[in-house]
Design a protein around this ligand. Sequence first.
Ligand SMILES: Cc1cc2nc3c(=O)[nH]c(=O)nc-3n(C[C@H](O)[C@H](O)[C@H](O)COP(=O)(O)O)c2cc1C
Length: 179
Amino acid sequence: MKFLELCQKRTSIRSFQSQPVKREDILYILEAARHAPSAVNFQPWHFIVIQEEENRLALHDCYHREWFRTAPLYIIVCADFEQSWKRKSDEKDFGEIDATIAVEHICLAATDLGLGSCWVCNFDNKKLIELLELPKHISPIAILPIGYINLEVYPELPNKLRKPLNELVHWEKFKQVSE
Ligand SMILES: Cc1cc2nc3c(=O)[nH]c(=O)nc-3n(C[C@H](O)[C@H](O)[C@H](O)COP(=O)(O)O)c2cc1C
């Protein structure tokens, strides 16, 4: 698949078949995440893989949506602020940005394998931290439910609503981006 086609095909999928994701496919996805760029190449991330029934049920308590329960696999991407780069000039911490890039690598890799995924950030952060027993310097950035797409709900991929390029791109302009 061409890269642009992969980007076009990646869309939020919110209903999955119960069939488990193959281990080799999980490893392919994780390998794609590992290759994400990060500030100063510090790689300040952790990928928590959840497949066991008991753990999946516990995770459902952190995000109450029926569709979320249908996923056979979840990858939780966490930023590690003890490992992340801080810009000297203003102390800005890039951990969250780095982890975010890895998140999208995971979604694109899943699409490449014919799997569906969805970014989930609207979870109960406190509950998730308690469940995963995360120390203070590690923060969950996104939960990614992943699985084979439920074709009854998605007989074809949904249309992606996007602003046209001419509203977004400002060729050779330094001022008046709001024009
Ligand atoms: C940072 C971020 C957080 C998101 N959180 C959620 C979420 O909690 N629940 C959800 O159903 N979708 C969530 N989404 C998915 C967006 O709703 C979706 O990406 C957007 O509507 C565009 O649709 P598309 O992914 O099909 O292109 C999130 C996406 C991003 C990038």
